[in-house]
Design a protein around this ligand. Structure first.
Ligand SMILES: CC(C)(COP(=O)(O)OP(=O)(O)OC[C@H]1O[C@@H](n2cnc3c(N)ncnc32)[C@H](O)[C@@H]1OP(=O)(O)O)[C@@H](O)C(=O)NCCC(=O)NCCS
Length: 216
C-alpha cells in the first residue's frame, strides 16, 4: 500500500490532493491520499480524494517509508516543516509535477518536495531547491536559481537569470524582471513588478515598480 501523506487540510492542501489525483490518473502512483491535520478533532473528516487520517505527529512514528507532500502555502511554515521532517529517514518528499507540463531533467535541476501544478512552465538551465510551490500558470525563465520553501502563486512570471533565496512569497500575477536577485523571506505583492534587486531580507514589496510596502 503506497500512501501519499498531505500535510494540511486547507485550500492549498486540497489543491495538492487534486494534483496528486491527476498524477495518479496518468501514472497510477499512489494507492491512497491521506491528509494530516494539526487538529485531532479533524481526524476522520472526508476531504477531496481522501480523508484526514491523523495528526502531523504520526509521520515521526511510521515504521515503513512514506511519501509526504506539504500542502501549506506559507513559506515560513513550509520551512519549519521541512527542517523538522526532512531529516527523518523514513520520509520521502517526491516532486509532484502535473503530467500536462513535464519537466526536462536535463535542463531543470529540481530538489525534492516541489509542487508544480497545471500550467507551470520552466525553460532551461534552472536550479531549484526543495519544497517550493510553482502554482498554476507560473513561469520560470532560463538560468534562474531558486532556493527552498518559496511559494510562487498563480500567474507569476520569473524572467531569465533571476536568483531567488529561501522562504519568499510571490503574490499572484507578480513579475520579476531579468537578472534580479531577491533576498530570503521577501514577500512580493500580487501584481507587483520587481525591477531592482531586493537586497534586504524579509521585506514586503508591492506595486509597479515594486517598492517596500511602508515606502509606497
Ligand atoms: C502584499 C501583501 C502580502 C500585503 O499584505 P498585508 O501585509 O496584509 O497588507 P494589507 O492588506 O494590510 O495592505 C497594506 C497596504 O498595502 C496595499 N496593498 C496590499 N497588497 C497590495 C498589492 N498587491 N499591490 C499594491 N498595494 C497593495 C493595501 O491597499 C494597503 O494600502 P493602504 O495602507 O494605503 O490602505 C498582500 O496584499 C498580497 O498581495 N498577497 C499576495 C496574495 C496572493 O497572491 N494570493 C493568491 C493565493 S493563490
Amino acid at each position: 500500500m503506497r500512501t501519499l501523506y498531505i500535510i494540511g487540510t486547507g485550500g492549498f492542501a486540497k489543491e495538492v490532493a487534486q494534483l496528486a489525483h491527476e498524477i495518479n490518473l496518468a501514472f497510477a502512483h499512489w494507492d491512497a491520499l491521506a491528509y494530516l491535520s494539526e487538529t485531532p478533532a479533524e481526524v476522520g473528516k472526508p476531504m477531496p480524494f481522501g480523508s484526514v487520517v491523523g495528526t502531523d505527529d504520526i509521520l515521526k512514528d511510521l515504521s515503513t517509508p512514506a511519501d509526504v507532500a506539504v500542502g501549506i502555502g506559507s513559506p515560513r511554515l513550509r520551512a519549519k516543516l521541512g527542517s523538522s521532517l526532512m531529516p527523518l529517514p523514513s520520509l520521502r518528499f517526491p516532486n509532484l509535477i502535473h503530467p500536462a507540463n513535464p519537466i526536462n531533467a536535463d535542463h531543470v535541476l529540481l530538489g525534492v518536495g516541489n509542487i508544480v501544478t497545471r500550467g507551470a512552465v520552466f525553460t532551461c538551465d534552472i536550479k531549484v531547491g526543495d519544497l517550493n510551490v510553482f502554482n498554476l500558470n507560473s513561469t520560470v525563465g532560463h538560468d534562474t536559481t531558486i532556493g527552498s520553501f518559496n511559494v510562487i502563486n498563480p500567474g507569476t512570471n520569473v524572467s531569465g537569470g533571476v536568483s531567488i533565496g529561501d522562504r519568499c512569497l510571490f503574490g499572484t500575477g507578480s513579475q520579476v524582471l531579468e537578472g534580479i536577485s531577491i533576498a530570503n523571506g521577501s514577500t512580493i505583492g500580487a501584481g507587483a513588478v520587481v525591477v531592482k534587486d531586493v537586497d534586504r531580507e524579509n521585506l514586503t514589496l508591492v506595486g509597479i515598480p515594486a517598492k517596500p510596502l511602508n515606502a509606497t
